[in-house]
Design a protein around this ligand. Structure first.
Ligand code: PLP
Length: 467
């Protein structure tokens, strides 16, 4: 493809995306593809000769579109959102166009320095602790996902607890970690990946509102210490996946401080809400965290992948993730004057992801981002009130922000039937969880273009289904 052809096809693709976003509401939100439907339409073998770009785009429309669940539909209320926006898409295109590999400062200084700057901007925007600033002993880095951030937090915690990187004996099987029974499954996975074993993750009981019970955490740590284990990491969650509950971070932090255990706080979706001063009380105690993560790729209009991961002291993280082969040695690294983000993550290579944060923050402005978040929260709270007022429905968990959980008063079968009917209609997509061993429907309001009308339409549909 010559630059001239690229210009022409690039315009076609941008037009196609703009059209897609205009018509996305017309499609069933949840894909109706059956297993194998997409592959059946693809040729068994790759083409020997070059094909026309138009032919490829025609197949996107014909084969790919029907096989999509439309995450950018304003009627997508499932899981947590993975929202995006025009500026974020364009920044991704620019990132691909520049094709920069930012593993070292020296391999593209702008890639590293813009990232450091964006992570510092976010400290100010979200009023995060000053210890997360790059000018302190800590700092922030973009990870691909909250799962990677939690794994890195675990590895840094292991390092601080055992000096793992310089410990020739290797794996420390006596290390234990703690998270509430409502914590995300990525914590369990991190334990598996790090070789610490899922059986060494203690799932701490929660209270009636699905928040970690600090006294149970302390009991578990005490018990493990008495049995010769070394407590290494506690993960507190601000916005659990199932119910949106918020662990009592100050009380958890106090226990971590007393026992010298690393505290990681996972605010994958709710983290964005700290943009608004009125929601910041949910983030109380963050100043005691050793590490923190949230996902602009969930609720800050920045397309996947973009997780912001902060540490209060970067020493353990870097020590445990640094290896420096000869071919990567360079003057800037050796001067100690630059950040090499390859030492802050598991892979070596990294994309220029800070561009999309830069574009989003500048084109929305902080006030624009706050307005969107407030609108989503207000819509979710309104939806929660409608649920509460309906005799056939039971709202399940408190709704501090944009996630509403409810069930049918007649039990699991009726709840499942309601969920299936909504999803089969194609008009909206909702997902489920289990709380107190009962099936629960989750409605998460967070898509970039979700407006009151969409939430009203959902409510209307629920109303006609339950009578
Ligand atoms: N933490 C919480 C609370 C989540 O809800 C999720 C996903 O929804 C994750 C972590 C994992 O996020 P990621 O897909 O960025 O790994």
């Amino acid at each position: 493809m010559t630059p001239e052809e690229f210009r022409q096809h690039g315009r076609q693709v941008v037009d196609w995306i703009a059209d897609y976003l205009t018509r996305v509401e017309q499609y069933p939100v949840l894909s109706r593809s059956a297993p194998g439907d997409v592959r059946r339409q693809l040729p068994a073998h790759p083409p020997e000769q070059a094909e026309a770009f138009e032919a490829v785009m025609a197949d996107v429309e014909r084969i790919i579109l029907p096989g999509l669940t439309h995450w950018q539909s304003p009627n997508f209320f499932a899981f947590f959102p993975a929202n995006h926006s025009g500026p974020s898409i364009l920044a991704e295109l620019l990132s691909a166009g520049l094709g920069v590999q930012g593993m070292l400062w020296a391999t593209s200084p702008a890639c590293t320095e813009l990232e450091t700057h964006m992570l510092d901007w976010l400290v100010e925007m979200l009023q995060l602790p000053a210890s997360f600033l790059s000018s302190s002993a800590g700092g922030g880095v973009i990870q691909d996902s909250a799962s990677s951030a939690s794994l890195c937090a675990l590895l840094a915690a292991r390092e601080r607890t055992t000096q793992f990187a310089s410990n020739a004996r290797g794996v420390a099987s006596h290390l234990t970690a703690y998270a509430s029974s409502q914590a995300h499954s990525s914590i369990e996975k991190a334990m598996m990946v790090a070789g610490l074993g899922r059986e060494n993750l203690r799932l701490i009981d929660v209270d009636a509102h699905w928040r970690m019970r600090p006294e149970r955490l302390e009991e578990a740590i005490e018990r493990d210490r008495q049995q010769g284990a070394q407590p290494c990491l506690v993960v507190a969650t601000i916005g659990t996946t199932s119910s949106g509950s918020v662990d009592p971070v100050p009380a958890v932090a106090e226990i971590c401080r007393r026992y010298g255990v690393w505290l990681h706080v996972d605010a994958a979706m709710y983290g964005t809400a700290a943009l608004c001063p009125e929601f910041r009380e949910l983030f109380e105690g963050l100043e005691y965290a050793d590490s923190y993560c949230f996902n602009p790729h969930k609720w800050m209009f920045t397309n996947f992948d973009c997780d912001c991961f902060y540490v209060a002291d970067r020493a353990a993280l870097i020590r445990t993730l640094s290896v420096l082969p000869e071919y990567l040695k360079n003057q800037a690294t050796q001067s100690g004057a630059v950040i090499d983000y390859r030492d802050w993550q598991i892979p070596l290579g990294r994309r220029f992801r800070a561009l999309k944060l830069w574009f989003v923050i500048r084109t929305f402005g902080v006030a624009g981002l706050q307005a969107k978040v407030r609108e989503h929260v207000q819509l979710a709270q309104e939806f929660a009130r409608w649920v509460e007022s309906h005799p056939a429905l039971v709202r399940v968990a408190p709704v501090p922000l944009n996630l509403v959980t409810f069930r049918h008063a007649d039990g699991d079968r009726a709840t499942q039937q309601l969920l299936d009917r909504i999803n089969q209609s194609g008009a909206a997509y909702l997902t489920h969880t289990r709380l107190d061993d009962r099936l629960v429907i989750r409605v998460c309001v967070g898509q970039t273009n979700t407006q009151r009308l969409h939430v009203q339409q959902l409510w209307h549909r629920i109303g006609t289904l339950i009578g």
